[in-house]
Ligand binder design. Sequence first.
Ligand code: P6P
Length: 339
Amino acid sequence: MSKKISLTRYLVEQQRVDGLIPGQLRLLLEVVARACKRISFEVNKGALGGVLGSAGSENVQGEVQKKLDIIANEVLIEANEWGGHLAAMASEEMEGIYVVPNRYPQGEYLLLFDPLDGSSNIDVNVSIGTIFSVLLKPHDHPGVTTEDFLQPGAKQVAAGYCIYGPQTILALTVGDGVAMFTLDREQGSFVLTDENVRIPEDTKEFSINMSNLRHWDPSIRRYIDECLAGEEGPRGKNFNMRWIASMVADIHRILSRGGVFLYPWDKREPNKPGKLRLLYEANPMGWLIEQAGGAASNGHQRILDVEPTALHQRVSVIMGSKNEVDRVAQYYAEAETAG
Ligand code: P6P
């Protein structure tokens, strides 16, 4: 029977070995994991816990909030505000930043999260998840402001997600590859189940919402049409398609077996670069994908190099198997050259 390595032991050993995880960051990650465990238990109650359905309110994005959106957000705030490792938090569910109250010690980290991604799937029992990103607060001034959060994804010091599916699995990177931990419900702890996640550079599986086809940029249309043309077409191979409408679930599949995920700009909202949020969806997922050997682009540049200008700004997302992401970027470049 192989020895079970808990998340705590993994983080302690990573801290001891390579110093990538200072004590305060290790504490923060353990608190986030405990909050995700609590969210998992709430999600699993479903109708029995009275947690399904709409909360009768809208979030800053103008989206109807589900009861579990609000529960998950509150769990993360309450779990993280007293520990002394954070200066402030930002959430998809809150318009402004949440500064740690004065009654608690202030730390040096900033925590950003989408507390429950894929909310439209909650009421139909399809996988959903929590996405989180950790930044260091700039040290050049006292206090903390919204501008402190506006750092490119390349500045993250930790990123991960917790997927609430048939298993509850935490995926994590601190810049030394991607590790995955499965929740052992009998012990109530996360156990290391994959410590070297790798994405194949090639794939035969793409992930996009096909109902938006008529709205896409021509470069996206060209890429998908070639996938659909199969082995008779220019790609010379047949493709499969998956779309779960939960970014966490689609990205988890890609980290587990390869693939390419696309949520590109489309002409339904021409003034918005895309649907997904840069700071607490695309950046953490983009770093995980890169750390597993994949690529993450907005079609024109590396997602982690995008300079943020607003807390809830959106971005076009193409991420997964490197050769497919590069091909889409090549099509955008060819279109720009052709003018
Ligand atoms: P659509 C969930 O609402 C989300 O933000 C992502 O998790 C998911 O990939 C996407 O939106 C689904 O969008 O337009 O297919 O419903």
